[in-house]
Design a protein around this ligand. Structure first.
Ligand SMILES: [Zn+2]
Ligand SMILES: [Zn+2]
Length: 180
């Protein structure tokens, strides 16, 4: 640990998705451990900042916002405020608790993407994916349910069976249906 005291330190933690409440598991596994390190380094006199954010992107967020009749950006903004309040009540205060949809972050991510693309690390590929004709959208694995081809358990996610523990390949699930 000693070498840390001679450097500036940035601490971060896994970003919570902006569509559901934080629970004690998030605190115990994700937000409390870095906060302990943060306080320790501060006491030692190290220059340290602690940053985190709510993750505003992803299909589950779109679906949750739709269900509540809100537009996605106002929906995620509400969760960002709530996360900060909840963590703050536990004494966990980030120097910056941003949002992945902030203009700064969008610009940064696009800079990485452009660089990777320019250097040939991103390529076009064909994949098979389920499409719901009712919701008019392609569905991630987690939004398709069906019957496990190994043990026959109904209502399993299309990527894993929670009964027999087997991982399923795309298209393996029997009687696939949209879970929305
Ligand atoms: Zn559907
Ligand atoms: Zn199974």
């Amino acid at each position: 640990m000693d070498e840390l005291s001679t450097q500036d330190v940035i601490i971060t933690a896994a970003l919570p998705y902006a569509y559901d409440d934080l629970h004690l598991g998030h605190v115990a596994s994700t937000h409390l451990p870095p906060d302990i390190l943060y306080r320790y380094l501060k006491l030692k006199g190290t220059k340290v900042i602690q940053v985190c954010a709510s993750d505003d992107f992803g299909t589950p967020i779109l679906i949750a916002a739709e269900k509540q009749g809100k537009n996605p950006s106002e929906y995620v903004a509400g969760w960002n405020v709530r996360f900060k309040e909840d963590l703050g009540r536990l004494g966990i205060v980030y120097d910056l608790f941003d949002r992945t949809s902030s203009p700064e972050n969008v610009e940064l991510v696009q800079r990485f993407f452009t660089k990777l693309n320019e250097n040939g690390y991103i390529f076009v590929s064909e994949i098979n994916q389920f499409y719901c004709e009712y919701d008019l959208k392609f569905l991630p694995d987690r939004y398709v349910k069906g019957k496990c081809p190994y043990c026959g358990t109904e209502e399993q996610y299309s990527d894993v069976c929670e009964n027999c523990g087997r991982t399923l390949q795309p298209g393996q699930i029997l009687n696939p249906h949209c879970s929305i």
